[in-house]
Design a protein around this ligand. Structure first.
Ligand code: ITT
Length: 198
């Protein structure tokens, strides 16, 4: 829930967040509480580009969505990069999650002692003529088994550095203190507040 008057006399600015993932919307709006920015979930036909760069994927998808929505918007493209797998699944995380899933990733890492991995978010913002990509990265370890029931995606097997809890064992607020998405969106929200309110 947003606070009663997050920005006093000032109007809240609403930005479309183009995603089919309601967990992302919840995480991002929890982070934005108390700011003057609110994110509204929007859908658009998703353009799946073949690229090794999350930033390029997010920006291309954002441009494509803008052609349909014609209003200020953001696209969040995120991925899990596992060091011993050469950065796999990275930009293919969505496909890999839907196909082999968490159990498939754990199988690929069976007997592997190097379990380092990083989550990365690229958040592409379009407010014409402005186009900008904000990045966030959080590194940690892939656990040996899933832990926790919260969150989504690979949350149950990701243990961020310095934490005893996996993302799935954290509340949304706790995840937002360390997550790749929160790091990207903190920058994006500060930027929007400067842009709109000076
Ligand atoms: P949209 O593209 O509609 O926004 P998506 O869930 O497919 O939704 P991404 O392409 O950004 O989002 O994410 C790729 C996959 O990476 C996604 O399917 C998740 O399984 C995983 N992922 C992304 N962010 C995550 C997070 O914060 N925690 C756990 N897994 C995450």
């Amino acid at each position: 829930m947003r606070r009663e008057e997050p920005c006093g006399e000032l109007d809240v600015r609403r930005i479309y967040l183009v995603t089919g993932n309601k967990h992302k919307v919840h995480e991002i709006n929890t982070l934005a509480e108390g700011s003057c920015i609110e994110f509204l979930q929007a859908s658009a036909t998703k353009l799946e580009v073949q690229s090794g760069s999350l930033g390029e994927i997010a920006l291309t998808a954002a441009r494509h969505a803008f052609d349909q929505i014609r209003a200020p918007l953001v696209v969040d493209d995120s991925g899990l990069f596992i060091e011993s797998l050469g950065g796999f699944p990275g930009p293919y995380s969505s496909f890999v999650y839907k196909t082999i899933g968490i159990s498939g990733i754990l199988r690929l890492l069976e007997g592997e002692s190097d379990r380092k991995a990083c989550f990365v978010t690229a958040a592409a913002l379009i407010i014409p003529p402005l186009e900008r990509v904000f990045y966030g990265r959080t590194c940690g370890q892939i656990t040996r088994e899933p832990r926790g029931r919260g969150g989504f995606g690979f949350d149950p097997i990701f243990l961020p550095d310095g934490s005893r809890k996996t993302y799935a064992e954290m509340s949304t607020e706790e995840k937002n203190t360390v997550s790749h998405r929160a790091r990207a969106f903190k920058k994006l929200i500060s930027y929007l507040e400067l842009l709109y309110y000076g």
